[in-house]
Write a protein that binds this ligand. Structure first.
Ligand SMILES: [Zn+2]
Length: 409
């Protein structure tokens, strides 16, 4: 086997947008354009055909026996502010390495195989997650994406037409052709694989999500003069609500619930808090549990309001359905990993990924490798070089297995 350029490429990408605390590489920034340019150079260096679409996604195509719908693999090149070197970048580079490994092994696939670098998965510049893969899957029309504005008021349409937008010299593919199948390799971003001592995971489903904003109206007052029994303290009510919600999630089981955002008004040491704004994020891979979580949020809010004499308003701000990975593709991936003599476990993904968009138009699967300490979206995200390389090998075998599976249809 040829030595893999994986580590070298990841190191080159990690330098783009390095802040000292992590990596800041937002869609259509200079650093993001450099990252996409590198992806194109690597792909062309290996004689793959490169195209981009109008959403900013970049595709490297390795021909198959047949023309037409391709098997796709990839991930995103953008990061969250002060993000890590592997979230996204690993899956995009690994897909390119997998195409090269197919070449090195002399594998001829039935379908064309494409490595893809999705644009703007993190939503850290324009207020839409999975921007590129969502456009590709037809979940968001390009016209509506074009109208999105970043914090500086720049529209997506202007950003993609600017110097750091779509790449000069790369042909633009019109429309968004349906792929035959999709497989994405990603770091787990959680602690399960490491905890279980397993190096590979096959994703069962991507969790659905409920986000609710809660506003608690109490009564502000002087911290020195309002007696305890006469208070309607909005922060004490928020604290009680957060603990009730935590207990409810534990009772429902196989779900996670987080109160991760809290604004206290007026937020003064000598004032009883009169108003609190908090946001709840609840996730599960089971729709019934998501419904139970929605009901629990309403019930806990009503109970806390009555007990504390405050008024509580709840507003759903985001809903995402559970996205199951394709059972046949999962089977092909699991079999390919077993052939390597490696053990893999099935696990759900609590985080969202491009795969959940692509799953709307093609059968999709995902492979996870461990994240040291379960850390992600931080500068010290880490996966061992051995695990990174094992992931590429598993991905290469999985692409070949998926090709054989889909060629039968
Ligand atoms: Zn990611």
């Amino acid at each position: 086997m040829i030595p893999s350029p994986l580590a070298e490429r990841l190191a080159q990408l990690a330098a783009l947008g390095a802040t000292g605390h992590g990596i800041d590489r937002r869609l259509f920034s200079a650093e993001d354009a450099q990252a996409r340019t590198l992806f194109v150079q690597w792909a062309r260096g290996s004689k793959f055909t490169v195209e981009q679409d109008r959403a900013g996604n970049v595709f490297a195509r390795r021909a198959g026996k047949r023309d037409g719908a391709a098997i796709l693999s990839g991930s995103h090149l953008d990061t969250v502010p002060n993000g890590g070197a592997y979230d996204g970048a690993y899956g995009a580079v690994a897909a390119l390495c997998a195409l090269e490994e197919l070449d090195a092994a002399g594998v001829v696939t039935e379908h064309p195989v494409e490595a893809v670098a999705w644009a703007g998965e993190e939503g850290s510049r324009f207020p839409l997650g999975c921007l590129g893969s969502g456009a590709f899957a037809g979940l968001n029309e390009l016209a509506s994406i074009d109208a999105l504005r970043d914090d500086d008021g720049v529209t997506f349409a202007d950003a993609r037409a600017a110097a750091n937008g779509l790449l000069a010299g790369v042909p633009v593919r019109d429309g968004f052709p349906r792929p035959a199948g999709y497989v994405e390799l990603h770091i787990e971003q959680g602690p399960v694989l490491e905890h279980r001592g397993v190096r590979l995971g096959v994703v069962t489903a991507i969790a659905g999500q409920v986000r609710v904003e809660v506003e608690i109206h109490g009564e502000a007052g002087h911290a020195g003069t309002v007696p305890m029994e006469l208070r309607r303290d909005a922060l004490s009510a928020a604290a009680e609500l957060a603990l009730e919600l935590e207990a409810a999630a534990r009772t429902i089981g196989e779900c996670v619930l987080t109160v991760g955002h809290l604004s206290v008004f007026p937020n003064q040491t000598n004032v009883v808090p009169g108003r609190v704004l908090l946001r709840i994020d609840a996730r599960s891979v089971d729709e019934a549990r998501l419904s139970a979580l929605r009901a629990a949020i309403e019930a806990c809010a009503a109970r806390t309001a009555a007990k504390r004499g405050v008024r509580i308003e709840t507003t759903p701000i985001e809903e995402r359905r559970v996205v199951a990975m394709d059972p046949q593709l999962r089977g092909a991936v699991a079999a390919a990993i077993a052939e390597l003599g490696e053990r893999a476990i099935d696990l759900p993904s609590g985080a969202g990924h491009d795969a959940m968009c692509v799953a709307a138009v093609a059968p999709a699967a995902m492979i996870f490798v461990p994240s040291a300490g379960g850390l992600s979206h931080v500068g010290n995200e880490y996966t061992t070089p051995e695990d990174l390389q094992l992931g590429v090998t598993a991905l290469t075998r999985s692409i070949a297995a998926i090709d054989r599976l889909l060629a039968k249809d």
